[in-house]
Write a protein that binds this ligand. Sequence first.
Ligand code: ADP
Ligand code: ASP
Ligand code: MG
Length: 450
Amino acid sequence: MSIVMKFGGTSVADAAALENVARIVAAHRQHSPVVVVSAMSGVTDALLASVAIASEGRLDEAISSLKETFRRHHCAAQQLLAHTAKDFEDYLDTAAVQIGQLLKRNAVETSSRRATQDAIVSFGELLSSRLLAYLLNERSVNARQVDPRDCIITNDEHTCAVPFLAETFAKSQRSSLPLIEENVVPVVGGFVGATSKGDTTTLGRGGSDYTAALLGAALRCDEIQIWTDVTGVLTADPRVVPNAQTVERLSYGEAAELAYFGAKVLHPKTIQPAIEDRIPVRICNSREPDARGTLVGPQTEASPRTIKAIAHRTGVTTVQITSARMLGAYGFLRALFEVFDRHRTVVDVVTTSEVSVSLSLDDASSLPAIVEELEQLGTVRVEKGRAIICVVGEGLRGTPGIAARVFSTISDINVTLISQGASSVNFTFAIEESRVAEAVNRLHDVFFQN
Ligand code: ADP
Ligand code: ASP
Ligand code: MG
């Protein structure tokens, strides 16, 4: 048996959390674990904030804004490490100098800012993985930090790079397998990769889950474990529905839809690498290590309740394009989607009628330019401040009455953009953002109480 164990930011937030992680890894020692780790919670945000300050030309302020970040690492190392504390301090000092140089570069070289930003934020994961590797060794688990840039090889789309699978698999095997054979636990910073030229890239926010899945597939491991601060995937976002419960099992399709439509507990791309080799993905709670959490796998069983979980996402913009030219004409949809393509904007949910197309966007930063082009095709209506709700369950397609139950539960709330995805495990629609908490709680009561 071999496993990948990924620990998120809150699981490594301070000395006590790191000590707990070391205990969990030690308890799985016999499963030849590969450990993937996020930056300490808040560190990626702090690094990004320093980049933003430097971009405004306030270099000294940018550098001093990171004092607290370095102090947190320093404190954790002092509390945890006996004979390798000095080694970690040296690594931390070197990192601080390099970050300072990069922030300076960011202030002057405006053309390569995204590349510089990636190089700066990568230190979050480089520091946490180095610290955890030292800690494991001090707790009698042979471990070594592996540089994620020697594993995850990506294109050069900085801040949201896409991995090249063949190269990533080959490199990951080369850097990790010899260690595993020697009974050494590789400790890899998540979220970070490199282009084939060696430039540092990152996989998008929350991307450490994706790193874990890529390594799991590369090493053909038996289970990918995502250790976080909740006991698995819950029936709804616990920040909105406090009485949400753990879902014991999900199919790959269900988990992918939930992650895509807002269940932050899994990065949306995590499931992809697991599917081909049918590797189970388990979501576990670092604070409750004996709980079974959620197991995501190839099985596609329906639950007696049909619906297994509800996800939601806020900050959505919907766009409706109406044009009589659409009627019976070909080429219209192509022209329409080419507009989004040109502006590199992802379209999430799409519905069409005879003379109109409605769609939703998560990132509306290029919206003014998009609307200007769309207006050549028809009348455009934009609605900001929308939310998407997605109910998920394998039995959804064959179960009559689900839509009726959903809509009667929230009959006083205006629903648009209704879509049942081709995968048939989800049912998705948009509502006004201000009513999303109320809607999700009411749906949760109807589908999950009793
Ligand atoms: P990590 O830092 O471990 O990657 P994240 O903050 O990225 O953790 O993801 C875990 C959080 O996801 C939970 O604390 C919870 O607030 C949120 N979340 C949203 N929807 C769900 C859901 N359906 N099930 C579980 N957690 C969810
Ligand atoms: N540290 C990165 C972030 O905060 C990646 C991750 O935690 O998964 O987005
Ligand atoms: Mg996460």
